[in-house]
Design a protein around this ligand. Structure first.
Ligand code: PMP
Length: 395
């Protein structure tokens, strides 16, 4: 029999100290719910009793028709999305949205306003410049992107086509939260914008981590590989007047309207990535508890999870959080020890203890623990415990 396995014997499965799966704190692709992974294992061979695996079905066949229809339905159900918003599954990652947004929504001679609160927001404004004037209404670059602006700190231009923001800054560990007085309530926050100007939001790293009202945005986009599923598709939520906008000649495949009209399959779509999103949407819905909405349950859990580490940081002189406390992310927690040498030691030793992916991004240094929806509370407890031990040995 021919074999396609790599040469040599099968390696032993790496486990954590308790003999369980490794806790994956990677910033993305991130961990997926175990129930989803197990369902994928089955469906790759035979989906829904069809005798054919998900990777082998035609994207126009009945099985995929259902997979896609349910993915749309379930996504809308999670956020009670009104009918004047389209859901699109696109390709090219969130990075491609950096040029697709201005190409579709910004006339050449009109400005668009950008709120630069992190690395990815920097990338967004860079690409928008290809399509004429842009205005940076705020930048936290001089503060190492450790903060989120108040409304008073944002200076809009006279007539922007849209305002672009990034709700969670994956690399620097900040997130837009609603502030009530001085108290951070962790609710999602959109900045005050000039009347009638739509907000376009990159929600790649915190979509569905908390309740969200999409009607506060004209458009939202998110790479799937953190809270929604597998790399290969980008979910776009767009109001119908914006989807229909034509500000310049563009090839059909670069238009939101093409995807809206053709159920996100103007060509062969990333079938597998969309299918995985569909499973994750079902998992999100399954998190509802009694009358409590699934996103409320997930949000409260995320607050508890992040709290385990933030509380520890706040009580210690050894750990230093990188983000300003009122701008802290629930998804990506950034922190440092007193020295780069100890940071490196921590990353090495935590990985050996089954807590993987903790090294901070090259542009930020230190550590980053990504606690997406699928990261179990037990993983965050294990991390907090490990940090406590590390401090007592090295502090
Ligand atoms: N925006 C944010 C907030 C991100 O975290 C990332 C990826 N980490 C991107 C954009 C880029 O996404 P992609 O790799 O899907 O293009």
């Amino acid at each position: 029999m021919t074999t396609i396995s790599p040469a040599g014997s099968k390696p032993a499965v790496t486990k954590n100290a308790a003999g369980e799966r490794i806790y994956n704190f990677s910033a993305g692709p991130g961990c997926l719910p175990e129930a989803v992974l197990r369902q994928i294992q089955e469906d790759v061979f035979n989906i829904r009793g069809s005798g054919i695996g998900i990777l082998e079905h035609s994207h126009r066949a009945k099985v995929y028709d259902r997979v896609l229809a349910e993915a749309f339905e379930d996504f809308r159900k999670i956020s009670n999305l009104p009918s004047n918003y389209h859901v699109l599954f696109m390709t090219g990652g969130a990075t491609s949205q950096n040029f697709l947004v201005p190409a579709n929504l910004k006339p050449q001679d009109q400005t668009a306003d950008y709120l630069t609160t992190g690395y990815w927001a920097e990338k967004s404004i860079e690409q928008a410049k290809i399509y004429g004037p842009v205005h940076e209404a705020y930048s936290s670059k001089d503060k190492m992107h450790s903060c989120i602006p108040t409304d008073a700190q944002i200076k809009y231009s006279a007539n922007p086509a849209y305002v672009h923001m990034c709700s969670n800054n994956t690399i620097f560990g900040t997130e837009w939260h609603q502030l009530e007085g001085s108290k951070n309530t962790w609710r999602d926050r959109v900045p005050m914008t000039p009347a009638g100007v739509p907000i376009v939001c990159d929600m790649s790293s915190d979509i569905y981590s908390r309740p969200v009202d999409f009607t506060r945005y004209g458009m939202v986009y998110a790479g799937a590989q953190k809270n929604l599923g597998a790399a290969g598709t980008t979910v776009v939520v767009i109001r119908d007047d914006l989807a229909a906008k034509k500000v310049r000649e563009l090839p059909g495949m670069l238009r939101y309207e093409t995807f809206a009209k053709d159920e996100s399959r103007p060509n062969t779509p990333p079938v597998f990535a969309i299918y995985v999103c569909g499973l994750v949407f079902k998992w999100i819905l399954s998190q509802a508890e009694g009358s409590r909405h699934c996103l409320d349950v997930i949000h409260e859990r995320n607050i508890r999870k992040a709290g385990l580490v933030y509380d520890l940081i706040d009580k210690s002189t050894f750990w230093k959080g990188c983000a300003e406390p009122n701008a802290r992310s629930l998804m990506n927690l950034t922190f440092k020890t007193p020295s780069p040498e100890l940071d490196e030691k921590f990353c090495k030793e935590s990985a050996a203890a089954g807590l993987d992916g903790m090294k901070g991004h090259r542009s930020a240094g230190g550590m980053r623990a990504s606690m997406y929806n699928a990261m179990p509370e037990a993983g965050c407890k294990a991390l907090a415990e490990f940090m406590r031990e590390f401090e007592s040995k090295n502090g």
